[in-house]
Write a protein that binds this ligand. Structure first.
Ligand SMILES: [Zn+2]
Length: 299
């Protein structure tokens, strides 16, 4: 696998400053440029690790031109997330996944459900009593949508050139919402992307499925409770992405996580330093673009 890296440089900043179109649309076009292509190939898979501060939200353009959204950050980000997706040319989320019902993952999901066309919704079979969660359930039922319980062994999509598989949760841990996180693997020909929500080592240790992937969305915002030597041996990633906020209250990413990623020679990107990170896969190569616009939170 070839890894192509690109950072917004001065030239791009100058170009951005003179373009009147939305920054997002510009960044989408740069994404295509780094693949030396004038437009997105129908067969590309594009993963946008949105910079939503302390939380997760990942928007994915599938080779089928369908879309997926994994998590929706804390509250107050809904308009920014929906605008970002609209600016990329989509009005529908075909597959919406709430990895687990914590506020930094489902905070703005009710807004997304209310303001976009939604296809299938996947969540772990665990509930909580927070207002954020209740609000999401209300938004889903108000639109007449149903939730599918995500569990290991489930296939979300199985197309000729890509597949989306659910590797976890294997079991539901009523005492830990983190350890109920939906684990997803997207395979695009020779490239594999793994998304593990906030799963900690206890949950990850229950997974017998093949965890190997080229790109790992690091678990639990870089917490030492998720990233272990055993996990990195099993995943064996070339690239890692940590989704987190600057100067967060949790000390994320933990130093031991960064040390382990360095030890395994993993190229690591962080939304607190790199902004929104876009990875484009043609099935063999992965091109990475950093410094794309962050999602602003409404006060
Ligand atoms: Zn989290």
């Amino acid at each position: 696998m070839n890894i192509i890296k690109s950072k917004h440089n001065c030239l791009i900043k100058i170009i951005l400053s003179v373009l009147s179109c939305a920054f997002l649309l510009c960044s989408c076009s740069f994404r295509f440029n780094i693949n030396d292509s004038d437009s997105k190939s129908e067969n590309d898979l594009v993963v946008h690790y949105l910079d939503v501060g302390q939380g997760d939200s990942i928007f994915i353009e599938l080779p089928s031109s369908e879309t997926m959204l994994i998590d929706a950050g804390v509250s107050g980000l809904g308009e920014g997330i929906v605008n970002y997706i609209n600016d990329c040319g989509y009005s529908k989320i075909d597959y919406l996944v709430a990895t687990h019902p914590h506020a930094d993952h489902i905070g703005s999901m009710a807004y997304v459900v209310e303001n976009m066309h939604i296809g299938e919704i996947y969540m772990p079979k665990v509930s909580t009593t927070t207002r954020t969660y209740e609000k999401l359930l209300t938004a889903i039922s108000d639109k007449g949508l149903k939730i599918k319980s995500a569990h290991s062994g489930m296939s979300i999509a199985d197309e000729s050139d890509f597949s989306i598989d659910v590797l976890g949760p294997v079991t539901i841990d009523e005492d830990s919402l983190n350890n109920c996180s939906v684990l997803l693997k997207i395979t695009h020909k020779n490239n594999k992307f793994l998304f593990i929500g906030d799963a900690e080592k206890q949950e990850l240790g229950t997974v017998n499925a093949d965890l190997s992937a080229d790109v790992l969305k690091v678990g639990h915002h870089g917490s030492r409770t998720s990233t272990t030597e055993d996990l990195l041996e099993r995943v064996d990633p070339s690239i890692a992405v940590i989704s987190l906020g600057k100067d967060n209250d949790y000390g994320h990413p933990h130093k031991s996580t960064i040390n382990l990623l360095n030890k395994f020679n993993v190229a690591t990107y962080r939304t607190d330093e790199d902004g929104t990170i876009i990875m484009s896969s043609d099935g063999n190569n992965i091109a990475t673009l950093t410094g794309v616009k962050s999602i602003e939170r409404e006060e």
